[in-house]
Ligand binder design. Structure first.
Ligand SMILES: [Zn+2]
Length: 279
């Protein structure tokens, strides 16, 4: 557990998966990124889908949900998924029942972030957190439901429709406070309405950077995902956030890092370095 002022935070795996190493590092040559992430025989690297569970006041907020259990057997092989893993299992390990979650906050709506918000019942996808409101940016929702741009394979109706049908969707127009001490900041970059999440209480700050900086191996400016719709925005916003994190001692949480999931950031000679924090 990590305490940020009055906020009690847990980092939970939504299930590990693998993606193409080149895709995760965009223009960076394999010679360089493979020093930090060793690719397997298919060129894939091992990643996680880290979700944050935050207890604040009367709320139990789950930030992102991982890939979820709706992938086909073929997709499970492609993405190196172990169907026994997932956010529901991680919550159970921490003694949390799905019905206890009051808010599911989504950084964006790609499948590795929203897939775990629903599961199949009699072959029909239904929401996994029956008492939660599901909070996303309106622009992101519109882009996802209309299958915007080249990342359309990652915006899946099977993940969106159960939330829409539940009547529990809550859409935001820009930066907002979602629960006491939990606020979202629209960054753009990865998707035009991608948001990161700030956790603030009693003068302490944590930030879930989501896909603006998925691992500490992405600290350097050009180390961005090939999937980014606005690569230059990612590069600029990432630099600004990491500078402030270093100056103001923020805790940084990463969505796809398998090992160093929470760090403090140091800036030395214009380079950022990560000091892992135990939790
Ligand atoms: Zn992602």
């Amino acid at each position: 557990m990590i305490q940020i002022g009055d906020l009690q935070c847990e980092v939970l795996s939504g299930g590990r998966f693998k993606l193409d190493g080149g895709g995760m590092f965009g223009i960076i040559p394999r010679m360089l990124w493979s020093r930090q992430f060793e690719p397997d025989d298919r060129g894939r690297i091992q990643l996680d889908t880290n979700c944050i569970l935050v207890r604040t006041g009367d709320e139990l907020v789950l930030i992102d949900t991982g890939n979820g259990p709706k992938m086909t057997t073929k997709e499970q092989t492609i993405f190196g998924l172990d169907p026994s893993e997932g956010i529901l299992r991680s919550l159970a390990t921490h003694g949390v029942a799905p019905a206890e979650i009051t808010t599911v906050l989504l950084t964006h709506l790609h499948m590795d972030h929203v897939g775990g918000a629903s599961h199949l019942e009699d072959d029909e996808p239904v929401i996994s957190f029956p008492n939660a409101r599901y909070v996303a940016q309106r622009r992101e929702w519109e882009d996802a439901i209309h299958n915007y741009s080249h990342m359309r394979a990652s915006y899946r109706l099977e993940n969106l429709l159960p939330i829409q049908r539940s009547g529990r969707l809550e859409l935001l127009d820009g930066d907002a406070e979602v629960a006491p001490g939990i606020s979202v900041h629209v960054t753009g970059g990865h998707t035009p309405a991608h948001q990161c999440v700030f956790l603030r209480s009693r003068g302490e700050t944590g930030v879930f950077l989501a896909d603006v900086c998925p691992t500490p191996a992405h600290f350097r400016p050009p180390y961005n995902m090939a999937y980014d719709l606005e690569p230059y925005v990612t590069m600029r916003v990432k630099g600004e956030l990491l500078s402030r994190a270093a100056q103001e001692g923020w805790l940084c949480f990463f969505d796809h890092e398998p090992a160093r999931k929470v760090v403090r950031v140091r800036e030395e000679d214009g380079q950022f370095a990560a000091d892992p924090v135990a939790f």
